[in-house]
Design a protein around this ligand. Structure first.
Ligand SMILES: *Cc1c(COP(=O)(O)O)cnc(C)c1O
Length: 262
């Protein structure tokens, strides 16, 4: 078909923007279906929009579309610079903001300032994988309430992935739970990069078992360590079946990203 003048002036990004609403609705349906087939209640899994590389207009479109589906989403950024740049937009939308990428020591203050932006519905650092980072966060946070954090676990053992070794996950989490300036909210992982579903599911089950051990330990500060942030566009169904309480969706909502390595 010849290109019409009407279509020709639509830029790629306007087209992408128009696709976000339908994609979000589709993602919500996938999430509901996954919860239903796992016999879980429709509000048992939260939706985090992974907004890396997305401009404010796309973030806004996705948040509003999720609300239209009756889901109040959180947003997650991988890079502190992007979190800083978009914190105002997140606050204006009144969503909770999470850091889901690695946090270097020299970015701690910037991350904490961004996550303390008035108007945000909440904040969390999902990527704490060492006691050293937990202590640095505790020293730097100036918030009146404890800062919610999750322990990131590398369930697949893939060397390219961040996170604590699962064998050290329980003791790390129990020590972090005991840091008064932090609230241990749960655990986060990026699933194995494998076409074999049993490998991916075994990793999710391992995170859940780790969470259960810590949550049921009765140790100080572990009573809120309930969240399981696991499942992305490619593996959300398995994650929900394994007990995820939060899935993190990028591609399913925003389409394919330009190639950036995170
Ligand atoms: C990008 C990203 C996601 C979303 O991944 P998709 O496969 O695009 O849904 C989730 N979690 C983390 C940590 C990410 O970096």
């Amino acid at each position: 078909m010849p290109e019409t003048r009407g279509e020709a002036h639509i830029t790629g990004s306007e087209q992408d923007l128009a696709l976000i609403g339908p994609r979000v609705r589709h993602a919500c349906q996938r999430l509901w279906a996954a919860m239903a087939s796992a016999d879980r209640s429709p509000d048992s899994v939260a939706l985090l929009l992974a907004t890396k590389t997305q401009p404010p207009a796309a973030v806004r479109a996705a948040v509003l579309a999720a609300r239209d589906c009756g889901i109040e989403p959180a947003v997650g950024e991988n890079r502190v610079q992007e979190l800083v740049a978009k914190a105002g937009v997140f606050a204006e939308l009144g969503v909770a903001a999470h850091l889901i990428g690695p946090l270097q020591s020299n970015k701690i203050s910037a991350a904490l300032t961004a996550l303390g932006t008035p108007g945000l519905a909440g904040a969390c650092i999902q990527t704490v994988a060492s006691l050293d980072l937990a202590h640095r966060l505790a020293r730097r946070t100036t918030a009146s309430a404890p800062l919610p954090v999750m322990v990131q676990v590398n369930v697949s053992g893939e060397s390219a992935k961040s996170g604590v070794d699962p064998r050290d996950g329980v003791s790390l989490a129990e020590q972090i739970a005991d840091v008064p300036e932090l609230t241990l909210a749960g655990f986060m992982t990026v699933g194995a990069r494998s076409a074999d579903s049993s490998v991916v599911i075994a990793g999710f089950d391992r995170l859940r078992a780790l969470r259960d051990t810590v949550w049921h330990s009765g140790l100080p500060g572990t009573e809120r360590a309930h969240d399981l942030s696991m499942g992305m566009s490619g593996d959300l169904d398995w994650a929900v079946a394994s007990g995820a309480t939060m899935v993190r969706l990028g591609t399913a909502v925003f389409g394919r990203r330009p190639a950036v390595s995170y």
